[in-house]
Design a protein around this ligand. Structure first.
Ligand code: ZN
Length: 101
């Protein structure tokens, strides 16, 4: 998934909605729910941009990054070496040969 969402930094707390292009998105603080494994995490006062026309909400990227870091203690650690995916070997070609004796 690519994220082509590069908004110009909003100078105010609202900017035009790119979904309906009629409404304005406003910075609100809502309760954010997310699943961590099998646990439901509730984060109150989470910043989100919500459109007053279509209601589309978009969470603040930095807040998401922060939350991800909090919830995943491993996220802050130095990245592990990339896993080497073992190449599937070539199909078995060792056909039993008749003994050459
Ligand atoms: Zn909208």
């Amino acid at each position: 998934m690519n994220h082509p969402q590069t908004f110009p930094a909003p100078s105010s707390n609202s900017f035009p909605c790119n979904e309906c292009s009629a409404g304005m998105k406003h910075l609100r603080h809502i309760t954010y729910f997310t699943w961590l494994g099998e646990e439901l995490i509730m984060v109150p006062n989470f910043p989100a941009w919500i459109c007053d026309m279509c209601g589309r909400r978009e969470f603040d990227e930095r807040a998401i990054a922060w939350l991800t870091m909090i919830l995943n203690p491993n996220a802050g650690k130095p990245t592990r070496r990339p896993k080497r995916t073992p190449r599937p070997g070539p199909a078995k070609r060792n056909l039993p040969r008749p003994p050459l004796d």
